[in-house]
Design a protein around this ligand. Structure first.
Ligand SMILES: [Zn+2]
Length: 151
């Protein structure tokens, strides 16, 4: 029995994004760079927010709340977030170490061609002109304006 893809909006969004990343980054090298950049940017952002929260918390302790009246984040919320984000940063650091190993691997030009070929099969471009023509044929829309141009 073949499993059908889930129809819920979240899954649909995921499939779409998944295919887009294959379509727009169809080689091994591009996937390496994409994933490296993605992990790095996630870590940069999380680290910076953690740093800012720690600063905010220590300033609060020094000045005794007076400066922070306009900030609507309570101490508990800040300390909880710092704990969570420190865990996330540790996980990301581990992923980064593994990603570094993957990043070291080089693939020959012939194998890259294989990647490109397979990526086209996995995630064909929805705006690809061949597919548009094919869809028109399938849906049999005789009143398409440009159809007359081919007569
Ligand atoms: Zn779903």
């Amino acid at each position: 029995m073949k499993e059908e893809p889930c129809e819920c909006p979240d899954c649909q969004r995921f499939y779409k994004e998944h295919d887009r990343l294959i379509r727009e980054f169809p080689t091994f090298k591009q996937q390496q760079e994409l994933n490296w950049a993605s992990i790095q940017s996630f870590r940069t952002l999380c680290s910076k927010v953690t740093e800012e929260l720690q600063k905010q918390l220590s300033e609060k302790n020094i000045t005794g709340d007076s400066l922070e009246k306009n900030e609507h984040i309570c101490d508990k919320e800040i300390t909880d977030a710092i704990d969570e984000l420190e865990n996330v940063n540790a996980y990301l650091y581990s992923i980064e170490a593994l990603m570094e190993r993957i990043f070291d691997i080089k693939i020959s030009e012939n194998i890259e061609l294989k990647f490109k070929k397979i990526s086209k099969m996995l995630a064909p471009d929805p705006l690809n002109i061949d597919r548009l023509i094919l869809n028109r044929l399938f849906h049999q829309t005789p009143d398409l304006p440009d159809k007359n141009n081919f007569k």
